[in-house]
Design a protein around this ligand. Structure first.
Ligand SMILES: [Zn+2]
Ligand SMILES: [Zn+2]
Length: 368
């Protein structure tokens, strides 16, 4: 045996024996370069704020593109509706765009086919109801904030910005957290998916509920078209993505803490503590809300993009750590066909050929 083939015999990252392929089936590391990408999408680095592979980790690589096109196309449609002055239609489109993509994703990967009702009730239905309640509360507590343009006051910043952000995070996370005790939903990926789904539904329905006052007495836009383009992009793209990332990160952290094997519970450090995770999620949402009140629309949108990036990276890290840690739990099973690369691979944690976490694929999950 040459020294090179000896190196191949054990994984440079975790030391596990390598039998077939180019990737370690326990930790997903590419054995020759000793490098590892994002566990759910190994061609991408772990710290890349990619929207599609972070919010939809169980889609195989080839299926990510339709979701990417839909997001970019949706943003263009929102901007177009704002520019054309079709504001009521624009708000409706802003409210449904991201939630619709998330529901399509959950349906497409078909993860919860044997128990869809409980999952849908506590994520989508709860998110919608909580979002409507939140939108009504928002209008009652700080009616100024539903009119454009905003006039900043201390009251508005404290209540509409900070306090309501905390309420929103608690409400959006409550449904997913009700699923935490069930053994059936043991994986970090489950928690992250529940958080993303509930948060997207919450963000969408709260847009409609908090904006309904705009239409009550006959709709008359009080702001320029460019302010509306901002508002539609903020409410249709930035806010739902921020909620999905923050609540997904929060729920995933809780799952890692309470559902993962005991040795893995502290892998995320302080960020893995549910109370810290809650404060982080609250700060992300509060910062975006205060930016909308205090800054010009385009500055606020820029701040939101930075916050969305941070939230997505957090969610991505939670998913990655969860997938790698959970891979060490099971035993090697019979070969399966990897839905990401199409090769036969032992059904363990990761595909031996492309390095994707098999739990992050619809078919492998169904077979398990
Ligand atoms: Zn390894
Ligand atoms: Zn593969």
């Amino acid at each position: 045996m040459t020294p090179t083939s000896l190196e191949f015999d054990s994984c440079p990252e975790c030391g596990s024996a390598i039998s077939v392929g180019t990737h370690c089936i326990r930790c997903g590391t590419e054995t020759q370069s000793a490098s590892r990408g994002f566990a759910a999408s190994p061609t991408e680095p772990t710290y890349l704020p990619s929207v599609a592979s972070t919010l939809f980790p169980q889609l195989p690589r080839s299926s990510l593109w339709p979701f990417r096109f839909a997001l970019v196309g949706g943003a263009a449609v929102l901007a177009g509706l704002g520019a054309a002055g079709l504001f009521p239609l624009g708000l409706m489109a802003a409210a449904v765009l991201v939630p619709l993509l998330v529901v399509l994703y959950v349906y497409a990967v078909d993860v919860y086919e044997d128990e869809p009702l409980r999952v849908l009730a506590l994520t989508v239905a709860w998110g919608i109801l909580a979002g409507v309640g939140f939108g009504i509360l928002e209008r009652a507590v700080a009616p100024d904030a539903t009119a454009l343009p905003f006039t900043s006051t201390t009251w508005l910043v404290t209540v509409e910005g900070v306090l309501l952000a905390a309420v929103a995070v608690v409400l959006a996370a409550a449904g997913p957290f009700a699923l935490l005790p069930y053994e059936r939903f043991n994986d970090v990926l489950d928690g992250a998916t529940f958080g993303v789904t509930s948060a997207a539904a919450f963000a969408g329905s709260s847009v409609i509920a908090s904006s309904s006052g705009l239409f009550a007495e006959g709709f008359r836009p009080v702001a320029d078209a460019d302010v509306w383009i901002f508002r539609l992009l903020q409410q249709g793209i930035a806010t739902p993505l921020l909620f999905a990332g923050a609540i997904g990160g929060l729920a995933g952290s809780a799952w890692l803490r309470y559902r993962a094997p005991a040795r893995d519970r502290h892998r995320l450090g302080a960020l893995g503590h549910p109370l810290v995770a809650f404060v982080v999620a609250g700060l992300l949402v509060a910062a975006a809300r205060v930016a909308v009140i205090e800054l010009t629309p385009w500055q606020a949108l820029l701040v939101s993009i930075v916050l969305v990036t941070a939230a997505l990276l957090w969610l991505r890290l939670v998913i990655h750590v969860g997938l790698v840690e959970e891979s060490f739990e099971g035993n090697e099973g019979p070969s399966v066909v990897c839905a990401n690369c199409g090769n036969d691979t032992p059904s363990y944690g990761f595909c031996a050929h492309c390095g994707v976490a098999l739990k992050a694929l619809p078919k492998a999950r169904a077979a398990a």
